[in-house]
Design a protein around this ligand. Structure first.
Ligand SMILES: Nc1ncnc2c1ncn2[C@@H]1O[C@H](COP(=O)(O)OP(=O)(O)OP(=O)(O)O)[C@@H](O)[C@H]1O
Length: 477
């Protein structure tokens, strides 16, 4: 209600009823006091709201008033020294608790400045009942590779609305990519904007564990710099990627993570390289079975694995629901480099049918009996790879077309940030996968095993083996 009504002239328009409302005359001093109180409350609210800027400014101002320039300079210098010592003594905690929170606050100011136009041009602003409702930027968390924005959605919005405009948000905020995930609460969505690229450099291999951790094989690095741990227990793994995408680095990282188990006899590797053996032959001392030319031997081996699995299943029925590997009952990991060579390109129809039948059984029933398949494929279309959906864990490296991303990782994954078709060719080993307990894809890079390291691995962890149907006994070191 206005404080002062000014009615010009004496004439009022005619009406059936004329009502004169009382006018409360407020003395000027009262109005002045009211304005002062209102101004004071607003100042306090602003002071508290932007405490991270106002409190340091007040302290510096106080020190300057009290001690002159020496006061603020001593404080800033002292804090800088303290931060330097903290950084040198414990870099991780300094970044986590010191640097990133400050950086997040700073970046929040930039995001807030561009927030309304960004939301409006991405059509995330809602017009309802004459009001304009904008998603609220709740929190900005800086990380090593970028920022995590927690946003409260407008009622009626879902995370997929943000995922659908992920590319637009990427460019609006000047980031490299934007991944979208549901937040902790139903009304929150988390946008991960990648700025720096922690995966730009080749990732060196992790040390080979003496006992493989089947619930978390360390295969490379996550975008945030943490180790990439992938579960093998209870799953089957498919790696898809264009030629030169680095499928070899995924396979070698898995083999290396299991090599300790190969030496102790807990794990048996059966490896098929139907592209002629150039990729996998260097590791053959590690493999109990290795085939690269003899497709009949591959079919025989897969049928042997089915027999082993059936026999184990019979024995374990009613005893346990998950086989635990021992030296007498080792885990069998069947590694196939280029699965489509067995399931699609093989010209011998009879052999192809045998292989497909055995693979189908292993992929559907092998996990509980300790028989796992790790397979790589270049072309992930359904007609080339009918078993695609039988692999619970799927890894997508660089792909040639956007449509292939959803084919490999599942519907909507490209919108959620798995832009495999935009991985540069000079970054082999980079890809996306969906980890346990997190519905959105994560960007990772697998460790690179060069020829010398593979030779060293094979020399150190070798076991007895069968090569293209020939039994070659070798000492388990
Ligand atoms: N993780 C990695 N980090 C760095 N460089 C890598 C990585 N993986 C592979 N490379 C490099 O990329 C090249 C191609 O990799 P790789 O042979 O594994 O690709 P691929 O997907 O198996 O291709 P193809 O299907 O043609 O066999 C390698 O020779 C290596 O130089």
């Amino acid at each position: 209600m206005p404080m002062v009504n000014v009615i010009r002239g004496e004439q009022l328009p005619d009406a059936v009823f004329n009502v004169r409302t009382p006018i409360l005359r407020i003395p000027l001093w009262m109005a002045v006091v009211w304005w002062l109180v209102k101004g004071l409350v607003r100042t306090v609210v602003l002071y508290m709201r932007f405490w991270y800027a106002t409190v340091p400014a007040s302290v510096l101002l106080y020190l300057w008033a009290r001690f002159g320039w020496a006061g603020p300079v001593t404080l800033v210098g002292g804090l800088a020294c303290l931060a330097g010592v903290w950084l040198l003594v414990h870099r991780v905690s300094f970044l986590r608790f010191g640097w990133y929170p400050v950086l997040g606050r700073w970046r929040r100011i930039g995001y807030r400045r561009r927030w309304y136009p960004a939301m409006a041009t991405a059509r995330l602003v809602v017009n309802f009942d004459g009001h304009v409702v904008v998603p609220v930027l709740r929190r900005v968390k800086a990380t090593a590779s970028g920022d995590e924005l927690t946003v409260r959605m407008v009622t009626g919005q879902i995370p997929d609305d943000f995922a659908a405009v992920g590319l637009r948000l990427t460019h609006t905020f000047g980031a490299r990519s934007c991944r979208v995930a549901a937040g902790r609460r139903a009304d929150l969505v988390v946008l991960t904007l990648q700025r720096a690229d922690a995966l730009r450099k080749t990732i060196p291999p992790a040390p080979v564990p003496v006992v493989p951790d089947l619930a978390g094989l360390v295969l490379g690095r996550l975008e945030g710099g943490e180790p990439l741990r992938l579960r093998l227990f209870g799953t089957q793994i498919l790696v898809a990627g264009a030629t030169g995408a680095g499928k070899g680095s995924v396979i070698w990282s898995v083999i290396a993570a299991l090599a300790g188990g190969v030496r102790s006899g807990l794990v048996k590797l059966w490896v098929f390289d139907p592209k002629g053996g150039m990729e996998m032959a260097a590791g053959d001392p590690l493999f109990e079975r290795f085939a690269c030319e003899d497709f009949a031997a591959m079919a025989d081996a897969l049928e042997t694995a089915v027999g082993l699995m059936r026999e184990r299943t019979r024995r374990l029925r009613g005893v346990t629901r998950q086989h635990i590997p021992t030296v007498d009952e080792p885990l069998v990991v069947i590694v196939v480099d280029e699965l489509a060579a067995l399931t699609a390109y093989l010209t011998d129809r009879h052999l192809k049918d045998r292989i497909k039948a055995a693979l189908g059984v292993l992929l559907t029933q092998g996990r509980a009996a300790g028989v796992h398949v790790v397979a790589a494929v270049q072309d992930s279309r359904k007609d080339v790879l009918p078993f695609r959906d039988l692999f619970p864990t799927r890894i997508a490296l660089r792909l040639t077309e956007p449509a292939q991303v959803d084919m490999v990782l599942g519907d909507g994954m490209r919108d959620r940030g798995a832009v495999c078709d935009r991985i540069p060719m000079n970054m082999p080993g980079v890809g996306y996968l969906v980890l346990d307990g997190d519905p959105s894809p994560v960007r990772v890079r697998f460790s690179y095993w060069d020829d010398d390291r593979i030779a060293e691995l094979a020399g150190t962890y070798s076991g007895a083996r069968v090569i293209d149907g020939q039994v070659i006994t070798g000492e388990v070191l």
